[in-house]
Design a binder for this molecule. Sequence first.
Ligand code: ARG
Length: 257
Amino acid sequence: MRFLARSLILAMSLSFVASAPSEAREWKAIKDSGTIIAATEGGFQPFNYFEGSKLTGFEVELAEAIARKLGLKLEWRVVPFDAQLAALNQDRFDFAIASHGYTEERAKSVDFANPHYCTGGQIAAYKDGPLTVAALPGKVVGVQLATSYADAAKKIPGVRNIKTYKGDPEAFSALRARKVDAWISDKFTVKATLDKNPGAGITAGELVFVERVSMILRKNNRELADKLNQALAEVMKDGTYRALSEKYFKEDISCRS
Ligand code: ARG
C-alpha cells in the first residue's frame, strides 16, 4: 500500500514536470553556452529562404550579424511558420526571426523585440484579376496560414472564400493555377516572387495594411530582449543593416518613424 501510494506520488510529480512549461533560457545560460538558437521558416523570400540547401535571406543574415555582435555562435532551427509561437513557448529555441508583424493577439503569448523592418500586406493577381480590396467581394483569396494576411483577408467584406496554405510558395502556386483569384502577402515577398516569375502574367496590386516586423521571444525574458535590441541597434548604427537592406531590397527598409 505504501509502495503504491509512493509510486502514485512519484508518477504525479513526474507528469507535473513533463507538462509544466520549462523556463526559457535566460541570457546568462545562453552566454555561458556560447550559442544562441534561432528559429526561422525558410519559405519567405527574400527574408528567410533556401538557396539549394543553404538557409539565407535578409533576416537570416541579420540574425547572424546580431549573434556576432553578441559574441555568440548562431544555430538555426527551421520551423513551420504556423508552429513557431507554440514551439517558442516550448523552449525549442531562444528567439524566432520570421517576419512576425506585431499584433495584440500574438503579444498575449510572446514578446516582440524592436522592429527590424516596416512593410505591408499587398494583393497580387492576374492582370485581369482583383487587384484592389474593392474588387475582392465574391473572390477567392489565398494566404499563408496563421499570418497577418489571413487576418486581413477575414476583415475584407464579401470575400467568397479564404484558402490557407502552409507556405507562401504554395499560395503563389495556387494563384498561378487559378485555384484562387488573389494572393495576399508581404509586398517585398510579392516583388521577389514576381521578379523570379516574370512570365507568369501576375502583377502586384493594392497595399492592404502596414505592419512593423520584429523578432519574437518568450514572455518576460527581459535580459535577452535587451541584448537583442542592443545588438540590433548596433548593427543599425554601424552600417551592417544598411548594407544588408541594400543587398536584398536596394533600399533601407527600417522603420524610420
Ligand atoms: N508578416 C506576416 C505576419 O506577420 C507574415 C510572416 C510570414 N513569415 C514567414 N516566415 N513565412 O504574419
